[in-house]
Design a protein around this ligand. Structure first.
Ligand SMILES: Cc1cc2nc3c(=O)[nH]c(=O)nc-3n(C[C@H](O)[C@H](O)[C@H](O)COP(=O)(O)OP(=O)(O)OC[C@H]3O[C@@H](n4cnc5c(N)ncnc54)[C@H](O)[C@@H]3O)c2cc1C
Length: 401
């Protein structure tokens, strides 16, 4: 078997890259150690956010929204997307100035963002009580996917429809190089010859890159959310609310409320120092982190802290030193590509990242230039520096400036 491309990892980033390579006419095998979506992708909050810190990320985020709502047209599969819109809320003067500046930049980059009055927020959202001292921005383009596995299953269905082989329960154990050039992968079951290998192994990106003797500047950091038991008036699509000064987000979920956030001192996790069997399900969770954050918005969103918890879940973000994705060729190992460094937005940007990266791998003209996301931009980074920078990026998810 000699596929044109082998993708390692069947999360949102790997599946999207594989699908787009297939749409560009390549033969593709996805090798997944567990099952598709079983790690970070299946645990995502499902939020898409059009307001981003730079122009390229804004373009990727908006392109992904457009691709998600039209996936039936270009991939032939269905996906339910809640076209909710979102509010960005700031309660402190400092964060209001930050949001106003961000809105101005985002508009220049094409995003639809407008200041919203208190009455508009109250009219659209039942679970958040704003007051006149707050600034709220209305972002009508934003959407969410109720259950994250819906996107994974849509991508799996589209992959199969377009001829991608998805091999689950098969771990990649080696990357084969000849004269410095990638010539294939070894799995627990077989050898697969290929000239293009994509490392989309999520929190395990570094281990997989190290199979080729290459570094990858990715620091996994724990992220958690909860979903409450159902409550009155939450059983309908309503906008997402992100309170940037508290670094938290909320949306309706399963008739209750989803609540998640970004603590200032998150838990870095290095799967390389854990047993080989370590998976996301083994990650210890800590509800007190979410309880402290929900207390910060208790006056505005009391249900987040008051309703019984129906689900508490978490997983690992793959943070990078500059808070941007890693997507592109590994310079010292021709044929090895990386699709990682999600920085908490890999689920929602996967459709555009996969499209752009596949265009690069397949040498397709006219695609979005994502050269700025190349792994080559990082020189040698020590583990300590990587974790410090990754933790900083995580803690500043909503105010990276
Ligand atoms: C609680 C939570 C909420 C989140 N909310 C959002 C959100 O609202 N919006 C958003 O955009 N993002 C969100 N994210 C981030 C998002 O989930 C990730 O950015 C995205 O899922 C990353 O996809 P991935 O394909 O890189 O990783 P993963 O989904 O983790 O996939 C990587 C795959 O690689 C496989 N693998 C690893 N090693 C090997 C090997 N040796 N051989 C074969 N396969 C291997 C793994 O089994 C895994 O399935 C959230 C994350 C968490 C944890």
């Amino acid at each position: 078997m000699h596929p044109d491309v082998v993708v390692i990892g069947a999360g949102a980033l790997g599946l999207s890259t594989a699908l787009h390579c297939a749409l560009f006419g390549r033969t593709v095998v996805v090798v997944e150690r567990d099952t598709a979506g079983s790690q970070a992708s299946g645990r995502a909050a499902g939020l898409f956010k059009s307001v981003q810190a730079d122009e390229l990320r804004t373009t990727l985020a908006r392109r992904s929204i457009a691709r998600a709502v039209s996936i039936d047209d270009w991939a032939g599969v269905s996906l339910k997307v809640a076209r909710s819109g979102s509010f960005l809320v700031a309660r402190t003067g400092e964060h209001q100035a930050h949001l106003r500046a961000e809105a101005g930049r985002s508009r220049q980059w094409g995003a639809d963002v407008a200041e919203a009055g208190r009455a508009e927020l109250a009219r659209r959202v039942s679970y958040y009580r704003g007051d006149a001292s707050e600034l709220a921005l209305w972002c009508p383009e934003d959407v969410y996917i109720e259950e994250p596995m819906a996107l994974v299953w849509a991508l799996v269905a589209a992959c199969r429809r377009h001829g991608v082989e998805l091999a689950e329960s098969e771990a990649v154990t080696g990357i084969v190089l000849s004269g410095g050039q990638v010539t294939g992968v070894e799995t627990a079951r077989r050898s697969i010859a290929t000239t293009a290998v994509v490392d989309a192994a999520g929190a395990w990106t570094r281990q997989v890159a190290e199979l080729a003797g290459e570094p990858a500047a990715v620091a996994p950091v724990r992220h958690q959310l909860l979903i409450t038991e159902p409550a009155t008036d939450l059983d309908r699509v309503q906008p997402i609310v992100r309170v940037v000064d508290a670094a938290v987000y909320l949306r309706p979920a399963r008739g209750g409320l989803m609540f998640g956030g970004f603590e200032a001192d998150p838990l870095p996790v290095d799967p390389r120092s854990r047993p080989a069997t370590f998976r996301t399900a083994d990650l210890p969770l800590d509800l007190s982190v979410l309880r402290k954050m929900s207390a910060q918005v208790a006056a505005q969103a009391p249900l987040a802290g008051e309703l019984p918890v129906a689900e508490h879940r978490g997983g690992m973000f793959t943070m990078t030193p500059d808070g941007r994705f890693i997507a592109g060729p590994v310079p010292d190992a021709p044929g090895l590509w990386v699709a990682s460094g999600c920085n908490g937005s890999g689920f929602s940007s996967s459709l555009a990242i996969g499209e752009a990266l596949a265009g690069w791998i397949c040498d397709m003209p006219g695609g979005l230039d994502i050269g700025a996301l190349s792994p080559a931009r990082f020189g040698p980074v020590t583990d300590e520096a990587l974790i410090t920078a990754g933790v900083w990026q995580y803690a500043h998810y909503y105010d990276p400036a």
